[in-house]
Design a protein around this ligand. Structure first.
Ligand code: PEP
Ligand code: MN
Length: 345
């Protein structure tokens, strides 16, 4: 995708359920200019047996003919090499790896083998577990197989406590992924993160605030009757309303926006410079302390002193309204560096 083309929107039903359902949703989505791809699940990875597992090849035939009729492009999940072969036979040029597949390097390798030599666009959902390296690893395997059109999708992570989400949105894990692979566009899937319709818009908005490149959203003509993920699909009118809110948010910064930001950013710069200057002084003192400890044969790590420092700074943090976990983490980083500096002396 072209990064100026933001937000890149993929929308469509969790699963293809019938020709009429797919036609109805395609007709609606084909009229919405922000929608660049229609998603529609053909093979469904179900946690427990007995649930609807997708219609397979007939769904691909309907996608192939509706793509021509409505001049749209479809995408679906592939989880096996045979799925890739069937997509290629039915002119599907974009596929995604689901969260369970990304977590399994053997499967990713087999799918890469099937994709080699094609010019498919491949989207890679984050793995179910919060491990950014499995995610980057899957993209690296695809790159090594010669796939150049790649995107990532943050669909949340499976945690024991999900704080009311179906899959917890660990933005910091996605951020780690983005730092590792800054050239890979990243979309957010608020449907699989939330598991509930009423949270989708606020998650989509958070993704825009975090400068995501786009969204993958589940949209069904009659969500309450959906055969899979009925609680999290939007009906077309709710989806259209959400798109209007998003597009008004996602405008370019104007000169006037920048003139409001500049003096505040200048103050942030000054504060950061001051923090770094003080950090330099602090490390200098650590070196002097190291000399005293060395001369007096004292150990570098003094646990009582460290506990007292943490308790004192946490009291100050509380009085200033700063989050204790954040300050504790910062102090631990500073302490580790101070110990390193002292051991070097
Ligand atoms: C899906 O997109 O329908 C799906 C099953 O997603 P995930 O792999 O994120 O669970
Ligand atoms: Mn789904």
């Amino acid at each position: 995708m072209d990064k100026t083309n933001k937000p890149f929107i993929i929308a469509g039903p969790c699963s293809v359920e019938s020709y009429d359902q797919l036609r109805e949703v395609t007709e609606t989505l084909s009229r919405l200019s922000p929608v660049q791809l229609i998603r529609a699940g053909v093979w469904k990875p179900r946690t427990r047996p007995g649930a609807f597992e997708g219609l397979g090849e007939p769904a691909l035939r309907w996608m192939q003919s509706l793509a021509k009729e409505y001049k749209v492009r479809f995408c679906c999940e592939v989880a096996r090499p045979e799925h890739v072969a069937l997509c290629l036979q039915h002119d599907i040029d974009t596929v995604w790896l689901g969260a369970r597949t990304t977590a399994n390097p053997f499967m990713v390798e087999e799918i890469c083998h099937a994709l080699r030599g094609s010019d498919m666009t491949v989207l890679v959902k984050n793995p179910v577990c919060p491990d950014a390296r499995l995610w980057t690893g899957a993209l690296e395997r695809l790159q090594q197989a010669g796939i150049t059109r790649l995107m990532a999708i943050h669909r949340g992570f499976s945690m024991y406590h999900n704080n009311g989400y179906r899959n917890a949105p660990l933005w910091e894990v996605a951020m780690e992924f983005r730092r590792e692979m800054p050239d890979i566009p990243i979309l957010c899937d608020p449907s699989h993160i939330s598991g509930r319709r009423d949270l989708i818009e606020s998650l989509a908005m958070a993704a825009m605030q975090l400068d995501y490149d786009g969204l993958m959203v589940e949209v069904h003509p009659h969500p309450a009757e959906a055969w899979s993920d009925a609680d999290q699909q939007l009906d077309p009118s709710a989806f259209i309303a959400m798109l209007e809110h998003l597009t008004s948010f996602n405008r370019q910064l104007t000169d006037s926006d920048i003139s409001y930001l500049t003096p505040l950013r200048q103050q942030i710069d000054d504060i950061d410079h001051e923090i770094l200057r003080l950090m330099g002084q602090r490390m200098e003192l650590s070196k002097q302390i190291a000399e005293v400890k060395h001369a007096r044969q004292m150990s570098v790590y003094q646990s009582k002193r460290w506990e007292a420092v943490v308790a004192d700074r946490l009291r100050q943090a509380e009085a200033l309204g700063l989050r204790a976990d954040f300050i504790k983490e910062m102090l631990e980083k500073i302490h580790a560096e101070s110990i390193r500096v002292q051991l070097e002396k």
